[in-house]
Design a protein. Structure first.
Length: 180
């Protein structure tokens, strides 16, 4: 497809949103079609004329596509996080992170109570997200990532302290930190 004859661009909705400024500047009148994944976008483009996809190098290589532009994201510091979910526990490497889900009682200071043990023990929190709980209105669960492995004695002690105050605590797993 020649760049001047592109009539539609496929990508995951998140990628389309993250590249909006570049798309507005370079392809303002081109139809943007959200699909389930960037890999699916690349697969569709392989069989279509006059279309393009926002996809990674691996998808482009897999489907024999030619890159026409790169670094088109609105924020270069933005990153997408991918998780590999397995059924085996990963042993400590010395440079690990742990992900947990915690539900606290809905009362003033609940988040503070949850965070104090991390602070008191110098544990680096790398991500905190709050989501509504399925168990009822105005109740929330916290997704927390932090530095350390759940087998480390310090981490074990902090998780035990949190579990005494939490309605529920689930360790999703510990894993080596990603290399970026």
């Amino acid at each position: 497809t020649k760049t001047d004859s592109i009539s539609r661009i496929y990508s995951h909705a998140q990628s389309l949103a993250q590249c909006r400024k570049w798309l507005d500047a370079h392809y303002p009148n081109v139809e943007r079609i959200a699909v389930a994944s960037n890999a699916e976008a690349a697969k569709r483009v392989k069989g279509e004329w006059s279309s393009a996809a926002i996809a990674g190098d691996m998808a482009a290589g897999l489907y024999g596509l030619t890159r026409i532009a790169e670094k088109i994201e609105d924020r270069p510091d933005n990153a997408t996080r991918f998780l590999i979910i397995g059924s085996q526990e990963v042993p400590p490497t010395g440079d690990d992170k742990t992900s947990i889900i915690v539900s606290m009682s809905n009362k003033p200071g609940a988040l503070h109570e949850l965070l104090v043990p991390f602070h008191q023990n110098g544990i680096d929190l790398t991500r905190i997200e709050t989501r509504p709980s399925r168990s009822g209105k105005w109740t929330y669960v916290f997704f927390i990532d932090f530095v350390g492995h759940h087998r480390d004695p310090l981490i074990k002690a902090v998780l035990e302290q949190i579990s005494q105050e939490a309605v529920a605590l689930k360790v999703l797993g510990s894993y080596p930190k990603a290399v970026l």
